[in-house]
Write a protein that binds this ligand. Sequence first.
Ligand code: SAH
Length: 349
Amino acid sequence: MEKLSKPDLARLLSIEDENEMEWLFDQAQKLKWQKSGNKVHLRALIELSNLCTQNCLYCGIRRDSDIERFTLEKEDVLNYFKAALKYNITSLVIQSGERRDKSFVAFIEDLLCSLMSLKNEVRITLSLGEQTKETYKRWYDAGARRYLLRIETTNRHLFDVIHQGCSLYEEKVKCLYSLKEIGYQVGTGVMIGLPGQTAEDLANDLLFYKTIDADMIGMGPYIPHFGTPLGKSFINSFDTQAKTKLVNLSLKMIACCRLLLEDVNIASTTALNTLDPEGFIKGIKAGANVVMPNFTELKYKKSYQLYEGKSGLTEFTLPELEKKLALLGETINYSDFGDSTHFTKKQCL
Ligand code: SAH
C-alpha cells in the first residue's frame, strides 16, 4: 500500500477496538501471503557476548550494569550452529554487546570463516552494533550477508534522552547506509512503547524504514529492566494492563509495517513473546514472517538479560510452533534461506 500517509498510520496505530484490530491484522497477513507466501523463516539466534562498551539507558547489558560478563568461545558458537543444523535451520543470527577493538573485529572475522567452512550453505546475520565501514566490509568479505542495526527511535529528542550521547542518531543512519553500500541485506527497527513516544513517532519510524529502503525489520516492545536508569521508574507501573496494551501496540506496528513495506522480512520478536506467551504466533498473525529461536546455552542466556524476564530461557519447541502455525495456514520454510523478498527483487533489477 504505497499510499499510507503519516496520519493514516498514526490512526491505525491508535485503534483500540478489538474487531478493528483483528481486521488490521487480517489485512496484513493477507498482504504478506500475497507478497511472500505463507511461509515463516527461522533464524537460530546466538548471543555471543554481553560485554558492551555502550551505556544505553534502557539496556540490561549496558556498560555500567553490574552483571557477570561472558564471551562465547568459537567452539561454543560452532556447536550451537551444529545444533541448529539438526533442525534444518541454515540461517544464523549472531548478536552481541558492542565492541570495536581490533581483537573483537578479528575474532568475528575468524568466526565467520570457520562457520562458512563448516557449512558453506549458511546465511549469517550479524547484530553487533555500530562499526566502521571497513569493519562491516571485512565481515562481509568473511561471509556475513545480513546486518541488523536498530535505529531504536526516530524521535531525535527521545533518541538523545535514551542514549545520553553514547550513540548518535546520525552515526546510526550512516552505518545503515554503509551496510547497504557494501551489499548487506539491511535490517533496522525500533523499541515500541518508550516513555513519551507517540503514535505519530511510531508512524515516523515506519516511514523511516521506507526511506532507507530496509530489507528486514526487527522491532519489539520496550520492556523495562529495573536495574537500568530508564527502567527503574517502571517498577510499580508495568502491570498486566500495561503489558496487554503494549502487546497490542507492537502487533499494530507489525501490521502497519507489513501494509507499508509489503515484501520485507519482519521478525516476530523475543520481546513480544516475553510479554505474551503467544507473542510469536500473534506476531505472525499480524504480518510478521520470521522467528528467531535462541540456541545459546541456558547458562549464558541467563546473563543476556536485555530486559526484565526475557523469554527464550525455556527451550524452544519447534513442533509446538509448527502446530500453531498450521492452524494459521502457515508453514516453516526449510527449502531456502528465506532471504527478504524485497532484497531479492532489487538484485534482479
Ligand atoms: N549491541 C547490539 C545488539 C544487542 S542489543 C546493537 O546495539 O545493535 C539488541 C536490541 O535489543 C537493541 O537494538 C534494542 O532495541 C533491544 N533492547 C535493549 N534493551 C531493551 C529493552 N529494555 N526492551 C526491549 N528491547 C531492548
